[in-house]
Design a protein around this ligand. Sequence first.
Ligand code: PHB
Length: 387
Amino acid sequence: MWRTGSIAAAAAIALSAGGAAAQDSIKVGIVMPLTGQLAPVGKQVVAAARIYVQEHGDKVAGKTIELIVKDDAGVPDNSKRLAQELIVNDKVALIGAGITPSAMSIAPLATQAKVATVVMVSGTSVVTERSPYYVRTSFTLGQQSSIIAGWAAKNGSKKVVVVQSDWAPGAEATAVFADTFTKAGGQVIDTIKVPLANPDFAPFLQRARDVGPDSLFVFVPAGQAGTFAKQFIERGLDKSGIKLIGPGDITDDNDLPGMGDAMIGTVTAGLYSTHHSSAKNRSYVAAFKKANDNLRPNFISVGGYDGMHLIYEALKKTDGKVDGDGLVSAMKGMSWESPRGPISIDPETRDIVQNIYIRRVEKVDGELYNVELATFEAVKDPGKAKK
Ligand code: PHB
């Protein structure tokens, strides 16, 4: 009797200890490329997510937030396997996902397990439609490409050559740009696709120059803007009179300080600038640089920072309950001030609505920045607006 009772008591304690531990912490799994071609992307997201936790503390609704970060090297099969492990073994309550191909591969798992998943990177419209548990805090290429197309058409661009990194976000940047630009009376005279992995832009830039456009619309992902700018300048395109335009990726704040003065005057449509003038952004930039060896936060980083904000606020609303349906409905329609400016989650599409800024590269206090010239407020993803 004595022995049995003791074993039963011990088992009960073990159970309740396990139960209490499970209830007291909320695990958030983040699957990002921390090695490979798109490592700069994952590093920005994870650094920003950590800054958010550092600034706001790790307690929400009486629970402790635990980040579990996994490196998928940007390979979708890895992303899927890691997300599966996070759900089944680590029992994460939420996931932070990106880049586009990885988010696509995780979507069926999020749906099946009903795990609220914040898409912290991905610029492709269709991603949020892949799971009802997906909510996006990053951006779409369409948001930026439609705005720069209208701006370029109004500011003298008539014949454009497109240079596009050859994967889903690139295809979308091109399609949306071409649609808006041609409707505004412009012409896309050539579209050149550059491989995503280890791109050598030189031959593509030569071909673009030979076609004789007045402007070059370029999409390369974060991490490749520095290489692009170097080859653009080496080929003498900066002195050719051809205007360089694009979404904010080509003047990535991360790479801009090393690009050289030849980039001054480049105009892009982007969602975030390190130079954005707000108290919120100034303190964000200071905290990010301090924690990351003076690295600038870029447009990718805010997807991670705001993703954590969305998670914290949704958990406050659900009082720490983690069922996916409850969390996603708490996230729908939420609005707040991001370091990039005011943003919200469209309650219909679960997609981000944000300002898109026209910016020009300028030198301020000896450093290159994207200086904002004009603001287009509360821009929705044009891919969804059409439906
Ligand atoms: C994406 O994953 O869709 C993506 C990644 C990096 C970018 C743009 C888009 O710069």
